[in-house]
Design a protein around this ligand. Structure first.
Ligand SMILES: [Zn+2]
Ligand SMILES: [Zn+2]
Length: 241
């Protein structure tokens, strides 16, 4: 029997499975390549990269909101919720740093232009837009990176890290979820009453102000047109049944 390869996200894989021999252990979905992400996790990663500039802005808005909250609190309470704004600022800094690290390494492999000096002087929004283009355009090159050396913070120590593109994928996915967790409550989420046409889970949502509909189970995205078409199809199938 050929060796079974699994999604690099392991227990956090979108389609993780329970180990048949150890029911408490979750393993990544089976994949064909020796190393990599499953299709669903790859779609989640692409979305996390596309959302980087927006995540950064949402965090900015959340910090501003915390400051307003602080001003109102100052009069009455001696204990101020300062740590929350520090947490948000550190996620912002990490997002900007990691996006630059991985975009620079990917740009190098692809032979596209990435000016580190200029980037350091640019506004975060501009840097993240450019990183988004490099990383989505060269997604497979990004995932195929091996033994790239970056500097970064590990437990409050500035240190040198030797990492693979797949580690970068996990870092960017994790930052996306942390950003969402910190800002998520700010956006109204509408749950849609039909199953996802791709994976059949009742997990379709539309965030306030968004034009697209997203499945939280498989990360498939739909335009309004596609969504309406699938609803019409669903209604026909139910009538026929
Ligand atoms: Zn996966
Ligand atoms: Zn789905």
């Amino acid at each position: 029997m050929p060796e079974l390869h699994r999604c690099y996200r392991g227990s956090r894989c979108t389609h993780h499975e329970t180990d048949p021999d150890y029911p408490t252990i979750k393993r990544g979905a089976p994949i064909n390549a020796a190393e990599g992400l499953c299709d669903a996790c790859t779609r989640h990663l692409r979305q996390a990269i596309v959302d980087m500039p927006r995540d950064y802005l949402d965090l900015e808005t959340t910090i501003a909101g915390t400051r307003d909250g602080l001003r109102q609190l100052v009069a009455g309470t001696p204990e101020l919720p300062v740590p929350i704004s520090l947490t948000i600022a550190s996620v912002q800094a990490e997002l900007l740093h990691e996006a630059q690290c991985w975009a620079e390494s990917t740009a190098e492999v692809l032979g596209v232009w990435w000016d580190t000096q200029k980037t350091q002087r640019s506004r975060p929004g501009v840097v993240l837009e450019r990183a988004k283009h490099v990383l989505t355009g060269g997604l497979s090159a990004f995932l195929a990176l091996r033994n790239v050396v970056h500097t970064g913070w590990v437990f409050d120590c500035w240190t040198t890290l030797d990492r693979d593109g797949l580690d970068g994928a996990l870092v960017l996915l994790d930052l996306h979820y942390r950003a969402r967790a910190l800002t998520g409550q700010r956006r109204l989420v509408n749950h849609l009453p039909v199953p996802c046409p791709n994976c059949d889970h009742m997990a379709l949502i539309r965030e306030d102000g968004d034009e697209t509909i997203e499945c939280r189970a498989c990360a498939q995205r739909y335009t309004q047109d596609e969504y309406e078409r699938s609803c019409t199809l669903l209604a026909r199938v139910e009538r026929a049944a």
